[in-house]
Design a protein around this ligand. Sequence first.
Ligand SMILES: [Zn+2]
Ligand SMILES: [Zn+2]
Length: 335
Amino acid sequence: MSQPFRTAPTAKRPSAASAWRALAAALRRWIDTSVAPVPEGAAGDRIDWLRAVPFIAMHLGCLAVVWVGASPVAVGMAVALYALRMFALTGFYHRYFSHRTFQASRAVQFVFAVIGAACGQRGPLWWAAHHRNHHRLADTEGDPHSPRHRGFWWSHAGWFLTPRAFATDWSRIPDLARFPELRWLDRFDTVVPLVLALALFGLGQGLSHWAPGLGTDGWQMLVWGFFISTTVLFHATVTINSLAHRFGRRRYDTRDDSRNNAWLALITFGEGWHNNHHFFPGSARQGFRWWELDITYLGLRLLALLGLVHGLKPVPAWVIAKGAGPVVVDHKNKD
Ligand SMILES: [Zn+2]
Ligand SMILES: [Zn+2]
């Protein structure tokens, strides 16, 4: 596979022209995911630091809070955007696109796909394809992000930054790939987050002008509403890949290491009931007992009441009955 940004082995040092070409190639890959081939062999599984620059910049942007300070409206915006986008991720990227546990119109699916894309966790097709592979190969060598094989940091964030992980496995998502608007979101997956960042900056500048009593401005709104909210959202989401396959209880004796973890369920709006979910991924609900708080499921029921979604698939009685036995506490990963 050609790598235009690499110099030939015989070259003594990169020329200015090749350095510019490397930068141009990286810039294109940040914007247009269709121009990023996966290198052969182990190179496909090494972190692509150049391409990871926007991800790293998102983290560094949080540090600017020491200059911009805080205000109730900026912190409130960060919390609201966390909640809205977490719901779009868990309700739609996960339970709708990846598992088809309910139905929605093309317009509703697109609106929530756009909100999900604002999370900076790539497009809905990319997300669903990786997640379907996770279920198919959970905690085997082929799992894209198993802590069993490559440890915590790999399962948490490392895998996300490799050329192999940047690619979308189209063979897993024929049902979703037929929508051109979803393919567009997937190809240009940085556009929606960029628009959100610009909108927050513009809103903050507007508020500083029209409502100075709120004590905010464009930079503060950008740092809280975009950088901090999106970074926290990312790490909360991927705890399900890393911590929910390590810490918690196993109600069901699944082939993987998935766990039920109430703390993770709280911050991810219900995704922490991960052992339930691995045992039966086909229901819109992941908290199987009345006390297993599943905020996303409550939100989906509200959308169903409003007529925006329908056909929420329930948890079958046999699944509940099977989980009523003694809790499985063995740790399959002790080897
Ligand atoms: Zn899992
Ligand atoms: Zn799943």
